[in-house]
Design a binder for this molecule. Structure first.
Ligand SMILES: [Fe+2]
Length: 456
């Protein structure tokens, strides 16, 4: 939770008030010491799980298996016990949590625990120490309780994320959505551990919580390693993009915007999530081959010689050479190598045509050209979105894949497009690029030493 606005505070207050008013008046305090002992153990389990969340690929979200404690309480103690187990989140051991977060988490977990307990009873479950004869009949009410718990938890979580994610970077929303899907699946899976704790309790008593903690922490370590790997990938991307943009000032931010545009197309054509992630990598690195092109060629003012133009045309191959050993790129390599192919076969480096061009490359070509046209260049002002989309349509079928063009335009019409900030020229203005090889409306000017300026 990065920033708490007044609206977010109001949301938290409403969630807390509803949790308190729904839960508290309905129940009398029990004097059964066994009940209180079980509650104490489950609250302890909840706190331990909640204090050691596993960060996911984005730093905005973390995963905690604490729902296993709440759902064990549903079976062993009923709605009130589940609510009190979740409410312990208010005294979370994570010292960095702000008061607003503690209050929200406590109210959210208490409310979802109570609702899960009620759903368990409504589906025919009776809170008590389960016996072997209770199986398999107990599975149905437990499944209902787990589903209710997950839906309420994530519904409330989604609300607070919407109200506090205003400072998120472009692209974070997509990653956040994929993290929420992962959290939903994880929570449903770990809900089963709640039933295992309850089932083990009559046999090993409080030690049931310890038995469950061991596999939980092994799983946590494995997920932590995965998240660390994802962050290492992201750092690799950023370092390479930074190197490219340092070499060619006017393309600052271009890689990230192409990555975003390619991701929008991937979502629009319902690409598989792992491929959609790969195409975002391809978008980020599509021009990494510029590192292998002499800087004086990239930054040249005026027409190029044929040799210089040949050097530019080599950048997709140079890009492949630079990143081909990075294992996680896989299919992204095809996008990097072929993003300047054209549907009519007049592109480079291999002159592929139509379906010979890999899907990743056809997608990146559209996002690449659109961002180039809507960015300022030293030789022209940026075009507007309407003008740039009209140009894409004009070139569809010859340069671009019409299906990808229409997918991109639909996504832009629905989600909008964040234009780049006006590019300020650096102090050494004479060293900035005067031509953009991605701009379909202004082909690179190439001269033959004998014939003078001509087309590329
Ligand atoms: Fe390129």
């Amino acid at each position: 939770m990065t920033r708490v606005s007044r609206v977010a505070w109001l949301y938290i207050a409403v969630v807390a008030a509803v949790a308190v008013t729904v839960i508290m008046p309905r129940h009398t305090i029990t004097h059964d010491l066994q009940w209180w002992f079980q509650l104490g153990v489950l609250q302890l389990l909840f706190l331990v799980c909640e204090a050691t969340p596993t960060p996911l690929a984005t730093r905005q979200s973390a995963w905690s298996p604490s729902s296993s404690a709440t759902l064990a309480a549903v079976v062993l103690l009923g709605p009130m016990g589940a609510a009190l187990t979740g409410a312990i989140a208010v005294i979370s051991l994570r010292r960095q949590l702000m008061m607003a977060e503690r209050l929200f988490n406590g109210a959210m977990y208490a409310g979802s625990g109570f609702a899960a307990g009620k759903a368990f009873e409504a589906a025919g479950g009776v809170p008590h120490l389960p016996q072997p004869g209770d199986f398999p009949a107990i599975i149905w009410p437990f499944a209902v309780a787990a589903a209710v718990h997950v839906v309420i938890n994530h519904g409330l979580l989604w609300g607070i994320l919407r109200l506090t994610a205003t400072g998120a970077r472009p692209g974070d929303r997509t990653r956040l959505e994929s993290s929420v899907a992962l959290l939903l699946t994880s929570d449903l899976g770990y809900a089963v551990l709640g039933l295992i704790i309850a089932a083990l309790w009559p046999v090993v008593h409080a030690f049931a919580a310890v038995l469950v903690l061991i596999p939980l922490f092994v799983a946590r370590w494995a997920m932590g390693q995965f998240a660390e790997q994802q962050r290492a990938y992201a750092a690799t991307m950023e370092a390479l993009c930074q190197a490219v943009e340092t070499k060619d000032f006017y393309t600052r931010g271009h890689s990230e915007r192409v990555s975003r545009g390619a991701g929008m197309i991937a979502r629009e054509i319902r690409m598989r999530p792992d491929r959609a992630e790969a195409i975002r990598y391809a978008g980020m690195l599509h021009d990494v081959g510029k590192l292998g092109v002499p800087t004086k060629v990239l930054q040249k003012q005026g027409p190029m010689t044929e040799e210089e133009y040949a050097a530019i045309q080599l950048h997709p191959m140079r890009g492949l050479e630079i990143v081909r050993e990075i294992g996680f790129l896989d299919e992204a390599l095809t996008g990097i190598m072929h993003h300047h192919e054209r549907l009519d076969g007049k592109g480079y480096p291999m002159g592929l045509a139509a379906d010979e061009i890999p899907e990743f490359a056809r997608i990146i070509a559209v996002a690449d050209a659109f961002d180039s046209m809507t960015s300022n260049r030293s030789y022209r002002r940026a075009r507007g979105i309407a003008e740039a989309t009209a140009e894409l349509r004009k070139q569809a079928g010859t340069q671009f894949d019409p299906a990808m063009v229409e997918a991109f335009i639909s996504a832009v019409c629905r989600d909008g497009w964040k234009l780049p900030d006006a590019t300020a020229a650096p102090a050494d203005r004479h060293l900035v690029t005067a031509q953009d090889h991605d701009d379909p409306t202004a082909p690179l000017q190439v001269i033959d030493s004998a014939l003078g300026p001509g087309r590329p």
